[in-house]
Ligand binder design. Sequence first.
Ligand SMILES: Nc1nc2c(c(=O)[nH]1)N=C([C@H](O)[C@@H](O)CO)CN2
Length: 118
Amino acid sequence: MDIVFIKGLRADAVIGVCDWERGIRQELVFDVELGADFARAEQTDALADAIDYGAVSERIKQIVVGSQFQLLEALAGVIATALVDEFGIPWFRLRVAKPGAVPEAQSVGVVIERGVRT
Ligand SMILES: Nc1nc2c(c(=O)[nH]1)N=C([C@H](O)[C@@H](O)CO)CN2
């Protein structure tokens, strides 16, 4: 399987379970690996035959800035649904980091993986 990746995509959201988090926006950082088969894009050299990392990035940002979840898991789940339903991606791994949530940690967050990696 080939991979299209997005690393360090930043977007802010209302996110968190604590009262103080409900009234602020916090920056989240996304790393995404998208499974692909490059065979057709290699032949045609056409973006239409590739997973457009720009379009995927824009969609993730759009979801994030409009969201108000408590848990990172819930936000990741909505993004996962979009990756499957709107982009038809057969396998992906999505990491959502919330820097600063645990001051003693460099970063914390969640990783979800969906689909079958071939
Ligand atoms: N698995 C998770 N654990 C925690 C989350 C979360 O979204 N997923 N969130 C929090 C708080 O919002 C924290 O970031 C601030 O106190 C704690 N644990």
